[in-house]
Write a protein that binds this ligand. Structure first.
Ligand code: HEM
Length: 392
């Protein structure tokens, strides 16, 4: 098999291809997207921290000056929202936004959410158990992070069903070479989501993150909207898929599941290991802002590198027996939360959510069984399962 992010077989089983890339072609040109694929942990980690690369080049040059085609006009409403959030900008704007948002998103505030996260996880698992099981993704994995982030932002219950479809449609733009239809869907979702948040920001209520952000004078309305869209998207897309991929990993490794059931004290290392073993975010891209050399290969300014997180996480140079799932793995510098200036702002919250949801399922559903082999959605960049049917 070859690296082919549009081939469902590759998406289902990428790890053999990654091993081959790491060994024989750790930095290789991928014609269909015009990107350089980077497969080794050391290179991925170094490039994420290297300021000669960026998630955007627009702080330095126009599309034309950078030798890129202009974005089609119809995409303007999408980029207006997305580039107002910290993930798609570089310093100095990134530094300013991250500082302002961190002010409202402190570790203390996140830790104070733990009891609420636990209660939500337990009540979702209780309903799941009462029904005799069902689709774990729809019943537990999705609603938990959506509820947590919607609570934080003060989004009323009656509007929450809107969030996941908006977020999924927006994320369609992040797949490789998205279809025109997917692009239009993403633009429409960004516009609707933006309009909705603008309305909420005008009257946010008290004691929620939108109110806290609205109180920061230096944050413009566009930046507030971009930040909330980012928090809502980043705040659940990956967590849903760590839960799904993680349980599927445990079912394929029953001895590790049994070990975890016997010693729930392993939950913190188990969650890190599940994130490493089958990360939901398989690839992140960076623009090369200045000529660089990676593993002896010269990469010129103006192109994109594709950092293969899934591959970096299985690199034998860094992880002993990388293909073995070890829920007690102590030394685990996985790259699933990124590295460098864009390192996941929500990592502490994601860890709380995952520990609470895996913990609640282990406690309350000791006989959880998989009913049938799940299917992948087919998306590569945000890689997850369509459903995970279980009995309890
Ligand atoms: C297991 C779940 C999660 C994973 C695997 C994950 C992963 C990541 C990664 C890899 C990045 C960096 C992307 C890059 O460098 O190009 C990132 C950035 C970010 N994540 Fe997460 N994330 C998760 C959960 C969350 C949650 C729960 C939140 C917030 C509620 C969140 C908020 C953010 C934000 C705001 C950024 C942008 C940071 C910046 O640009 O400075 N993430 N995340």
């Amino acid at each position: 098999m070859r690296f082919d992010p549009w081939d469902p077989d590759f998406v289902a089983h990428p790890y053999g291809v990654y091993a081959d890339l790491r060994e024989h072609r750790p930095v290789s040109f991928f014609e269909p997207t015009g990107q350089w694929l980077v497969a080794r942990h050391a290179d991925v980690n170094a490039l994420l921290r290297d300021r000669r690369l960026g998630r955007s080049y627009l702080h330095l040059a126009t599309h034309e000056e950078f030798g890129r085609p202009p974005e089609p006009d119809f995409q303007e409403p999408f980029w207006r929202v997305i580039r107002a959030g910290m993930l798609d900008v570089e310093p100095p704007v990134h530094t300013r936004l991250r500082r302002l948002v961190s002010r409202a998103f402190t570790p203390r505030m996140v830790e104070s959410l733990r009891p609420r996260v636990r209660k939500t996880a337990e009540s979702l698992v209780d309903s799941f158990v009462a029904k005799g099981g069902g689709d774990l993704i729809a019943e537990v994995a999705e609603p938990l992070p959506v509820t947590v982030i919607a609570d934080m932002l003060g989004i009323p219950e009656s509007d929450r069903h809107l969030l996941r479809p908006w977020s999924a449609d927006i994320c369609g733009m992040y797949e490789l070479n998205p279809s025109i239809e997917a692009q239009h869907t993403a633009v429409r979702a960004a516009q609707e989501f933006g309009d909705y948040l603008r309305e909420r920001a005008a009257d946010p209520g008290d004691d929620n993150l939108i109110a806290a952000l609205a109180a920061i004078d230096e944050l413009t309305m566009d930046e507030l909207v971009g930040t909330c869209v980012l928090l809502l998207n980043a705040g659940h897309e990956a967590t849903v898929n760590v839960t799904g991929n993680g349980w599927w990993a445990l079912f394929r490794n029953p001895a590790e599941l049994a070990r975890l059931r016997e010693d729930p004290g392993l939950l913190p290392t188990a969650v890190e290991e599940l994130m490493r073993w089958d990360t939901p975010l398989q690839m992140f891209e960076r623009w090369v802002l200045d000529d660089i050399e990676v593993g002896g290969v010269a990469i010129p300014k103006g192109v994109e590198v594709a950092l293969l997180f899934g591959s970096a996480n299985r690199d034998p140079e860094v992880f002993a027996e990388p293909d073995r799932l070890d829920v007690g793995r102590a030394d685990n510098p996985h790259i699933s939360f990124g590295a460098g200036i864009h390192f996941c702002l929500g990592a502490p919250l994601a860890r709380i959510e995952l520990i609470e949801s895996f913990g609640a399922l282990l406690r309350k559903a000791p006989k959880l069984e998989l009913l049938r082999e799940p299917e992948w959605t087919g998306n590569y960049i945000i890689r997850g399962l369509r459903s995970l049917e279980m009995s309890v």
